[in-house]
Every structure is written in C-alpha cells, then in structure tokens.
Ligand binder design. Sequence first.
Ligand code: ATP
Length: 260
Amino acid sequence: MFLDLEPSEKKNPKSHQGDFGRVFEVTPVFRAEKSFTHRHLTEFTGLDFEMCIYEHYDEVLEVLDRLFVSLFDGLNERCGDEIAIIGKQFPAPPLRYLRKTLILTFEEGIKMLKEGGFPDIDPMADLNTEVERALGKLVADRYHTDFFILKRYPAAVRPFYTMPDPVDPRYSNSYDVFIRGEEIISGAQRVHCAEMLRRQAERCGIVVESIRDYINSFKWGSFPHGGAGVGLERVVMLFLGLDNIRKTSLFPRDPKRLTP
Ligand code: ATP
C-alpha cells in the first residue's frame, strides 16, 4: 500500500520518483514468544509503516502524532455508543491525550524517574515494564496525558539497524510510544547505508553472511527512512482501559490457546 504525500510535505516531489515515499501494511503477526502476560498474544495484528525522511526523524513522529490524535478523535466521535457499552462492563477512565502529542527524550524520562522514586535507575539501560508504568504515571500527573512519545533511546538497547544519533552515538534516532504507561509502538530511523549496516551488525555479534541479502539490498541506494510497528489489539486494550489483550481479539491466540 502506498500513502500519498500531503501537499505541504511535497518539499522535494521528484526526489523519490524511483522509490515509494511512504508505505504501510496491516497484517497478521505471529510470534513464538512465551507470551504469558496480559499484553502479549502469539498472533496479533501489526500496523507498520515506513517513510522517507527529508531532514530529521522527527518527521516520523509528526506522522505518529497526527495519525493517533485523529484516530482517537475518530473513535470518540464515531464510536461513542460502543465505547459506552464496553465502559459499562469494564469501567475505565477515558483516555486523556493532548492536541499536540507530548514528546520527551529518554534522558528527560530518566530524570523524571530519578526524581520520582527510582534514584538508582541506570540511565543507559532499557526500561522494564514496571518502570515504564511508573513513567506513564509520572507523565500523566505532570502533563495530564495518557499518550506520549519517548525518543532518543540508548543505542545499546535498540536493534543493529537503528540509526545512531549523529551528535552522540551512545544514543539513537529511535522512539517508543506509550498509552497508559504501556508500549504500543516501537520505531526508529533505519540505517540505509550498506557499509554502516555491516559494521553495526558485526558490532552486535551478528553473522553478517546470514543477513547478506538484507545488507546488499541497500547497495542500490536508499533514502533515509524511518517507521514504526504498532500492535492493534494492544492499542484497543489501552484505549479502552481493559486489563487484558485477550478481550480485544475474537479468537485470542496464546501459547496455551489454539482453539476456538
Ligand atoms: P514488548 O516489549 O511489549 O514485548 P516488543 O518490543 O517486542 O514489545 P516490537 O517488536 O517493537 O515490540 O513490536 C511493535 C509493537 O507490536 C509493540 O509495541 C506492540 O504494540 C506490538 N506487539 C509486539 N509483540 C506483541 C505481542 N506478542 N502481542 C501483541 N502485540 C505485540
């Protein structure tokens, strides 16, 4: 599927004539994980997109901001009756979100956590589920929103194909998006240079030969690009304030449930 560019974004209309400016897919995702949690399924619906970046990966965050604000607005405007019915059976406070989505850097998040009850948190380690929840609460208290983006994660906690921050390579051009303190999206600017990909894969201990075709595909040239992966059932669960992802899937699949 190909997305049209907004008129205001046609900054360089000829620049991707031989390429697709923006693409997305909606597809079943199968994960062989030990998903014994309230938010993991072995089969879920993935919403993924990738887009050219002209100047800065914040362009991807702008798309995420517009996409989700209009998605939440649309749900509230068009599905009020259905949301109310679900709310009767599973009461939850309505999702709070800002007209312009709050974006914090990972460093800002760590600072809030240090001041908010986690003084010894490692500033370069990934956030575990408990800490993500705590950060969601701190953000909600301070900024009155249940929806926010955290960007510029430490490079060491992201995959090898993530673009490092050009100013400080200890960090990366990456982001996660949270609803009510739980991750719904992971994304990043991807490395589009074959040689750099090879170096980063080697550094991460990956056998380069095993991903040869992936690396070679970039030798033909590729635009700087970035994107994100969204889990639909998780968005629905958290939008409605449900306590388990299984409530959002007609036939939930987990390691112990294959039928019906
Ligand atoms: P988590 O840390 O929650 O396991 P992840 O880092 O493995 O997620 P990604 O691989 O980045 O997630 O996938 C992108 C998005 O897809 C997640 O933010 C989430 O919304 C969704 N997702 C990932 N794994 C699952 C799963 N097992 N069940 C349902 N949704 C999932």
